[in-house]
Design a binder for this molecule. Structure first.
Ligand SMILES: NC(=O)c1ccc[n+]([C@@H]2O[C@H](COP(=O)([O-])OP(=O)(O)OC[C@H]3O[C@@H](n4cnc5c(N)ncnc54)[C@H](O)[C@@H]3O)[C@@H](O)[C@H]2O)c1
Length: 316
């Protein structure tokens, strides 16, 4: 594989730092751009001193500084992960999240268009219409914006693909299913695995929104990052939308049982946004397997252990 200089927006975030790590391991040069709104310097401390890594603290909301960054660096690819990702925030403050997730994406995409930089847009499984399909949700499944977050991701996807059709800019849209693993924040609603595991270690009851029958296809973050890197580097994915997940979904009730292991009680609390809940999320990743040879490697039970061990190390 040809070595590239890759810009990773949101590179100091949870998934971003794993994408940075895998790119560096493959011998690429990496610049991470992040405003540290939810990302943190600790996430990227491991790469400090690596001459192939640079961190730029800045925002995707400032087109001038993005333009300057692209002028100074001939990026061969841009992996755009920076976003506000909390569904409830998008419901409470749609204008602010629109700026970040739609206008911010536009700014980065424009910078890529000017110099012809390959662009990967990090979308999400939260764009899909509900499905009971036993074989999982494939990319051809209809989308439905049940939250502003989902809508803004669909907007980002549409802008991204339009740059392929209108300008021939090499782009790829990826829709990872729910991702968990070390370095995920345990506050807020973002990471159910992180939140549950932290509460278990603190001896607190696990709180499930609603009846807990909603399902998630939970992918360990190193599998997600490997998928993102493969999708963003392959010539076969230009102009394509690709899913990644494990092909196995669990209910939030089952997940709570596994994580608790009988050590802390499980409670049900009213859902904060039942209207924006997606009742079943199960991934069909056949396209990624066929195009890239990608498949998930980490079993849920093993991944959950990794999170618990990481949190215990953080606490000690
Ligand atoms: N976590 C999941 O389950 C999941 C699943 C599918 C897709 N995604 C997508 O993956 C991406 C990364 O998500 P994550 O879970 O790592 O969340 P995260 O919050 O840890 O990462 C987002 C990063 O973007 C940065 N950021 C936000 N606004 C910015 C701005 N204006 N300028 C520069 N940086 C900015 C944040 O500081 C943070 O480091 C997001 O696009 C998200 O929508 C996440």
């Amino acid at each position: 594989m040809k070595k590239k200089h890759v810009l990773v927006t949101g590179g100091a975030g949870f998934i971003g730092r794993w994408v940075v790590k895998q790119l560096l391991e493959k011998g690429h040069r990496v610049t991470a751009l992040d405003n540290l709104s939810t990302g943190s310097p600790e996430n990227i401390a491991e790469f400090e001193g690596n001459p192939e890594f640079a961190f730029v603290e800045g925002t995707i909301l400032d087109p001038k500084s993005i333009e300057a960054l692209f002028r100074e660096n001939p990026f061969g690819a841009c992996f755009h992960l920076a976003a506000d990702i909390v569904v409830q925030d998008s419901i409470d403050r749609p204008g602010q999240v629109f700026e970040n997730d739609v206008k911010g994406t536009f700014n980065v995409l424009e910078a890529c268009r000017r110099v012809g930089t390959r662009f990967l847009f990090m979308s999400t499984c939260m764009v899909y219409e509900r499905s009971q399909e036993w074989s999982g949700i494939a990319e051809s499944h209809p989308t439905k914006p049940v939250s502003p977050y989902g809508a803004f991701k669909i907007a980002g996807e549409a802008m991204t693909l339009s740059y392929w059709h209108a300008y021939g800019l090499p782009v790829t849209v990826v829709r990872p299913f729910n991702t968990y693993g070390p370095y995920q924040r345990a506050d807020g609603e973002g990471g159910v695995v992180a939140v549950f595991t932290k509460r278990k270690l603190e001896g607190k009851p696990l709180q499930i929104y609603g009846d807990g029958t909603q399902t998630r296809d939970l992918m360990e973050v190193t599998d997600c990052a490997r998928f993102v890197v493969m999708a963003g580097m392959s010539d076969k994915t230009r102009g394509e939308i690709l899913n990644a997940g494990t092909g196995r979904d669990v209910t939030i009730n089952q997940l709570a049982e596994i994580i608790s292991g009988g050590r802390v009680p499980i409670e049900h609390v009213p859902h904060i946004h039942p209207q924006s809940e997606i009742p079943k999320l199960l991934c069909n990743y056949k396209k990624a397997r066929d195009l890239l040879g990608w498949r998930p490697k980490v079993k849920l039970e093993d991944g959950l252990q990794l999170v618990e061990q990481w949190m215990e190390r953080q606490a000690s």
